[in-house]
Structure formats: structure tokens, C-alpha cells
Design a protein around this ligand. Sequence first.
Ligand code: ZN
Length: 173
Amino acid sequence: MAVLQMRYFPDPVLRAKAIKVKDVNEPAIQQLIDDMIESMHFYQGVGIAANQVGSRHRICIIQRSEDEEPLVLINPEITRRDGEREVTEGCLSLLQYQGDIVRSEQVWAKAIDRHGKPVKFKAATELLAQALEHETDHLNGKAYTDHLRSPDDLYQVKSEDELTEDEAPVSDS
Ligand SMILES: [Zn+2]
């Protein structure tokens, strides 16, 4: 397993729509899943999408709670949303900021697991619902900042100086 380099906005890979995985049994896909889990833990996130580590595959990982196995979702699609609530959100690819946005109260999704088995589920907790919307947004080339109702709802929580060299946004050159 390896920790993969985190991508930061405005990296274009974060604006690209992910491509569906055709064969989950490919060794490269299984390797990517393991590396994404290790990277999520390394960067201390509760979820990670493949494009955040530079891959175009439609895969995301969600850490439901500390003592549960991470949820591996391949080709995830949200099939239904219900309700609205305001949440504060942050992102591993935009470390300096947090924002207040509206997310759904309940979310239903379908995906396949890492063994190729189709799974259909309803997010049983608000945290899982939020993580599902956040990570599938990434795979559709979106960010939580696209949901801001006003620029004032985005605020800085860390200054540029506090970021390590690894975390600094890649400048367009
Ligand atoms: Zn994110």
C-alpha cells in the first residue's frame, strides 16, 4: 500500500467527471482501493474520492466510524435524496476553508463493492448521507463550494502559512 499525493484545488483533475470502472478485479483497481484507504487515513479524512489522488476511476471510500471497515464504493450513484439541512463542510483538497451549505437529510445510493457485488442502501446516519453527497460530487467534478449560497458562507480556517509545502495549492504554470 502507498500514500498517494493529495490533489488540491484548482487542480483540473478535481473538475473532471470520473470514468466508470469496468472490472473491479483488475489488480490495478484493487491496488488503487488499498492506496486510497491508506491515503484517507494518512490525510485524516472521513472520505476520499479517486480524483483527489489523481485517478479518473469512479471510486470513493467513506470511513463510517473508527471501528468499522471503510465503505468502498465503486461506480456510486445517488438514486434519491430527501429533506434539507444546513451543514458545515470542509475538504481534504481545500484545507484552508470551511463552508456552510445545504445537504440532504436522507440519501439513497447504489454502487458495487470491491468484490463486484451490487449494493443498494440508504445512508442511515446524517454523517454518512453528507459524506455520500460530498464524495459523489467529487466524482462528478464538483466541490462543496459549488453549493454555497453566498461567498460569505465560505470562511478561512487555516492561513496559507499554516499549510505544509505538500498541502499548498498547485499554481497554474
Ligand atoms: Zn472533498
